[in-house]
Design a protein. Structure first.
Length: 226
């Protein structure tokens, strides 16, 4: 169930602080933005569409956001937070992001578990995933800049997960993340969630091949290098 259809504010007086009311409205507006754009695309989505889907008034919208783009950027950040939250839950990490015992294997085992969880996290939140991967291209340079920053953070996390520290290995991680982005974007654009999940095995096998070929840099003493 989407957040836009959850927890309607009661009519009349209610015992909520202004900050709590704004938080609930922001959450509903972000969810509505993602839902409507999944159906109509960024360009065709209007503030009126978001208001109708969320049940929030126009006055309240402009108390929270300056524009449609401002709402989109907040929804984009929500999409990233949701993805990370789902991913941490699936790999058994705690609230501080510390991986659980299941992630204590060798680098290739860790990658397989994390990548499978990543694809499942994308499939669980299709509206936010579409916003995150596709509609961001239509939202302009500010949104694309935010996407580039997030992709760089994902690349760094991937390298850390694999224990890669040298420049050549980090570049290999960057290429894997960029290629994965292209593959998952097509599946999401086609609304093919099974196709999205099916990306996992061939990518995992390819990363294994690259790892054993030394594409991620020196592997002496690392588990899984033989």
């Amino acid at each position: 169930m989407s957040e836009s259809s959850q927890r309607r504010l009661p009519r009349g007086r209610y015992a909520l602080s202004r900050e709590e009311v704004e938080r609930i409205q922001r959450s509903r507006l972000c969810a509505a933005m993602a839902e409507v754009m999944a159906e109509k695309g960024y360009v065709a989505t209007s503030v009126a569409d978001v208001l109708q889907r969320s049940g929030v008034s126009r006055q309240s919208f402009y108390q929270v956001f300056e524009s449609k783009l401002d709402c989109f950027m907040a929804a984009f950040d929500t999409a990233g937070d949701l993805l990370i939250q789902r991913l941490l839950e699936m790999v058994g990490a705690d609230e501080h992001g510390v991986p659980g015992p299941a992630m204590a294997g060798d680098p290739l085992q860790r990658f397989e578990m994390a990548f499978t969880a990543y694809l499942e996290a994308l499939a669980i939140e299709p509206a936010y995933t579409r916003l995150f991967l596709i509609e961001v291209y239509a939202a302009g340079s500010e949104a694309m800049g935010r996407r580039s920053e997030l992709q760089a953070a994902i690349t760094a996390s991937f390298a850390d997960l694999m224990g890669v520290t040298d420049e050549a290995g980090r570049f290999a991680c960057q290429m894997v993340v960029a290629a994965t982005s292209t593959l998952v974007t097509k599946a999401v654009a086609d609304n093919d969630l099974e196709g999205l999940r099916a990306i996992g095995p061939p990518v995992i096998d390819h990363v294994r091949t690259l790892w054993r070929a030394g594409a991620f840099g020196p592997q002496d003493g690392r588990p899984g290098s033989s």
